[in-house]
Design a protein around this ligand. Structure first.
Ligand code: DX5
Ligand code: ZN
Length: 225
């Protein structure tokens, strides 16, 4: 099964609650929430208060992507805010295993993510401890960037590594996703698709976008390599 996680910050930031509700009504499976600190990435978005506010307006699991330096400082706050899964960057924390334990200790699922230049091999030891791996297919910081094509091979290598290590986890992909690229990343092994600008700016609306993405992904899933 392929899941769709619309990136809510691509909606109108003055009406985030409305964007979250629209994503739910459009049939999304999760809501991707991009947290940026102006330090790990050159942009600032939202914090735990906004995540808690979103928690009140949607039933969708909140897929919280922390693009922040030393995320262990804020794990508790985001868990209490109602995150369903907290994903941290391997590049942002010195003690990744401890941070993953900390997230699980709060009763929340833990994901780990890689910047485009970070090799899949950095996950070898942590893989058995995580619930999901997120492959960044753009450099984090902004919506609306172009998909980095090397991400397709990276997803395939990650999938192979998971199988060899008998630690198969859902692979999420984030950045520059549209229906056409969705086919390629799903064929390579991804099963959770984040999409921001393409979905929220779909000419026929968010619901049509989610349906188009799901259709493309389902067809590709059937022919997964
Ligand atoms: C990038 C964020 C992404 C981004 C997705 O730093 O992590 O989630 O908002 O937006 P699009 O789909 O427009 O690349
Ligand atoms: Zn993201």
């Amino acid at each position: 099964m392929v899941q769709i996680s619309p990136s809510v910050i691509s909606g109108d930031m003055a009406f985030l609650g409305q964007a979250a509700r629209e994503a739910e009504e459009a049939g999304a499976d999760m809501l991707h929430v991009d947290v940026m600190d102006g330090c790990f990435v050159p942009n600032i978005t939202i914090g735990p208060g906004t995540v808690a506010a979103l928690r009140n307006v949607t039933k969708l699991p909140l897929d919280v992507h922390l693009m922040i330096e030393s995320p262990e400082r804020y794990v508790e706050a985001f868990a209490q805010a109602g995150a369903g899964i907290i994903t941290v960057h391997v590049e942002a924390t010195r003690h990744l295993h401890r941070t993953i334990q900390q997230i699980h200790g709060m009763g929340v699922k833990a994901g780990v993510t890689l910047n485009p230049a970070t090799p899949v091999s950095t996950l070898e030891e942590i893989l058995p401890y995580v619930d999901m791996v997120l492959v960044m297919s753009v450099n984090p910081g902004f919506s609306g960037q172009k998909f980095i094509t090397g991400s397709i091979g990276k997803i395939a290598r990650l999938r192979r590594m998971m199988e060899e290590r008998r630690a198969v986890r859902p692979i999420e992909v984030d950045g520059g996703i549209n229906a056409e690229i969705a086919r390629d990343v799903v064929r390579a092994g991804a099963s959770i698709l984040v999409s921001g600008s393409w979905l929220f700016r779909h000419p026929e609306g968010l619901k049509a976008g989610v349906e188009e993405l799901r259709r493309a992904a389902m067809m590709a899933h059937a022919t997964q390599v």
